[in-house]
Write a protein of this length. Sequence first.
Length: 193
Amino acid sequence: MTRSADVVTGADRRARCRWAAGDAEYARYHDEEWGTPLHGDRALYEKLALEGFQAGLSWITILRKRPRFREVFAGFDPAVVAAFGHDDVERLMTDAGIIRNRAKIEATIGNARLVTEMDDGELDALMWSFAPPPGRPRPSGFADIPAVTPESTAMSAALRRRGFRFVGPTTLYALMQSSGMVDDHVEGCWRAH
């Protein structure tokens, strides 16, 4: 493995963003998901829920627990999760396979209810309306990548006005990166194009 600044070349000879080095699940996520445009209300609701659970934790923790999250949250089907009640919250609070944070669990359920009140495709359209226009300069390194942008701040405000929780600007910028609304693969990464 060779290193140069913010890009790491692995045994497979692929140069990746440094954060993806050293863990096979991170490398797979980096190569197949992060920065790839993601559409659909259900897919974006899942991303919103998982990014909310990630707040204050490392993303690799969420990735490793994602299969169990998907299982206990019914594949993140908003209609099913919206019907969860008190007993479901208590059941989830005892499940060591997920992040057992009552506020985050309740926000995930409440956010599902809000998604079900929207028209089909409305969440997708709303969230993507905050994607910056194409042509944004590629970051040359991690120092060029912000934690918050005017777009993530505006998306946060719009979702909060609708009642969504755990949708702060930093959380939403991470969602924008992971769902391909922005492409923050740094110069030299094989995914940078």
